[in-house]
Design a protein around this ligand. Structure first.
Ligand SMILES: CC(C)(COP(=O)(O)OP(=O)(O)OC[C@H]1O[C@@H](n2cnc3c(N)ncnc32)[C@H](O)[C@@H]1OP(=O)(O)O)[C@@H](O)C(=O)NCCC(=O)NCCS
Length: 227
């Protein structure tokens, strides 16, 4: 079998965590791309690239990819992932920690990142390119949309729906049967007792509406990639 060479898009903390999980599982990262850095922010034997021209030259050698962009940039993560799949026929790699607990009746999509100690309940769906971070819980019968980021130690109760690219801040709690609409951001340690509308930023215990914010997806770098 040809040597594995996974591409990590991003060279900061999310990449470091992904790299550590993949190494533990005997996988091999071949390339790290981050146009905002002069060098990766952690020790790695992978080749580091920081221009679209350089990345374009190695794309045909990549055997899969992970977009390591966390925070509230789910829409960006999804756009890059879809571009790599559509234009360069690259397959996303799922990053699922050996210490995560995923119920056999749960479903996980393409390119998900499910980190150490995360817990996914019965009949829950984690959609493509979502991240469930360290020690977060998403209980039974939830629908976690594409590009969502459930941050570390957040607790999402049963039967919750989270729309595309929304974020649930670290240590936040979402009560059962609620809907967090797409693009919403739940602040760290907030308590969600009511539905949250599209692109709303909500904070506090109980949560209050702070503002509405639409995030822009930047396609300038992917537009420079050539096959
Ligand atoms: C919700 C969030 C995105 C808002 O960020 P922001 O717009 O920069 O907010 P600011 O720091 O300008 O604060 C605005 C107001 O909201 C309050 N606030 C912000 N975050 C809050 C939180 N998590 N809980 C309670 N109040 C919060 C601030 O105290 C401030 O209140 P004031 O206007 O009465 O003084 C951010 O605070 C947050 O919680 N992000 C989650 C990050 C996270 O969990 N990261 C995990 C690692 S990936």
């Amino acid at each position: 079998m040809a040597k594995e060479r996974i591409l990590l898009w991003g060279g900061r903390s999310q990449a470091r965590v992904v790299d550590a999980h993949l190494r533990l599982q005997g996988r091999r990262v071949g390339y790290i791309f981050d146009y905002s850095l002069d060098e990766p922010q952690f020790e790695t034997s992978a080749e580091f690239l920081n221009t679209p021209e350089h990345l374009s030259r190695v794309l045909s050698r990549c055997t899969g990819f992970v977009v390591c962009i966390g925070g509230n940039l789910g829409a960006q993560r999804r756009m890059i992932s879809k571009h790599l799949m559509r234009e360069f026929d690259l397959e996303p790699v799922e990053v699922i920690s050996d210490t995560a607990i995923i119920d056999p009746e749960a479903t996980v999509g393409k390119g998900v990142q499910i980190m150490s100690g995360a817990c996914i309940g019965v009949a829950t769906t984690i959609s493509d390119f979502a991240i469930v971070n360290t020690n977060a819980t998403v209980d039974h019968e939830c629908l976690v949309g594409p590009g969502v980021h459930v941050m570390g130690a957040a607790a999402v109760a049963g039967c919750v729906t989270i729309g595309a690219d929304a974020t649930i801040g670290t240590n936040a709690t979402v009560l059962p049967k609620l809907t967090i609409q797409s693009g919403a951001q739940v602040g760290a340690a907030s308590l969600i007792r009511r539905d949250v509308s599209e692109n709303s930023v909500v904070v506090g215990v109980p949560a209050r509406h702070l503002r509405t914010e639409t995030r822009i997806v930047d396609t300038s770098v992917v537009a420079k990639l050539r096959g």
